[in-house]
Design a protein around this ligand. Structure first.
Ligand code: ADE
Length: 231
């Protein structure tokens, strides 16, 4: 069964570039997963194709209307009854590598991109399984966040990276939560800055130890919260 991602959005063109680019584009071409984009506006029920309206109770901004969104969500659900229906919103649970792994193990996902000041609460209560935020900042819409989920999740699917080892080694890998050690490549000397001697030694045990120490040093300096659970 192919991992299937269905994106519901008012701005389908947002995804034209990112889905063609680099690894993601190649992985789709090779059939490692598929992506379907639905324009929520196609499910508008009035003659002006209206998808937003004024908030009941007053206040600034517009709210996404329930009819087009639920129409799009129902169609996506028919095609993928088992995929979680996710709303991208700054009020959701914070996305991280654990969630990416959890989603990658499932059948796919239905990603709903919020716009305007919000989404009618009844849609969130009855047609959405999970709300996810990519961080404590506010985007103009859920589209960049949906792309972040897609990217972080699909690179974990078997065969997409073609190098399973690099996943285990990287920051937030399977074993422990540490930032990655510093990497160097040729040339050995660049504008007076040298590659650390130990990496040229060919001594694998010493290299491993150096990398472990550097990873810990960097994690302690930049993200001490990651070490709190382990020490
Ligand atoms: N939509 C607007 N801001 C967002 C965020 N930080 N995460 C997910 N979706 C969003």
């Amino acid at each position: 069964m192919t991992f299937s991602i269905h994106i519901l959005t008012l701005f389908p063109e947002f995804f034209d570039g990112p889905l063609k680019a680099s690894l993601t584009g190649k992985a789709i071409e090779r059939g490692h997963f598929d992506v379907q984009i639905t324009n929520i506006r196609d499910f508008a029920t009035d003659k002006h194709n209206k998808c937003d309206d004024l908030p009941y109770g007053g206040g600034a901004g517009m709210v996404m209307k329930p009819e087009p969104l639920v129409g799009a969500l129902e169609k996506a659900r028919e095609q993928q009854p088992k995929a979680p229906r996710i709303l991208l919103t700054p009020q959701g649970e914070r996305f991280d590598q654990h969630i990416a792994r959890e989603l990658a193990e499932g059948p796919g996902m239905i990603l709903t991109c919020g716009r305007y000041e919000g989404v009618d609460q009844r849609v969130r209560d009855h047609w959405i399984d999970r709300e996810i935020s990519i961080g404590d900042f506010v985007l103009t819409g859920g589209e960049p966040a949906a792309m972040v989920l897609l990217d972080a999740t699909t690179r974990l699917l078997p065969g997409v990276l073609g190098n399973e080892e690099s996943i285990a080694d990287e920051s937030f890998g399977e074993d422990d939560e540490m930032l990655e050690y510093p990497q160097y490549t040729r040339p050995r000397s660049f504008r007076g800055h040298e590659v650390p001697e130990v990496l040229l030694s060919g001594h694998h045990a010493r290299i491993e130890e150096w990398r472990r120490n550097k990873a810990r040093e960097r994690t302690r300096a930049r993200r001490p919260d990651l070490l709190d659970d382990q020490e």
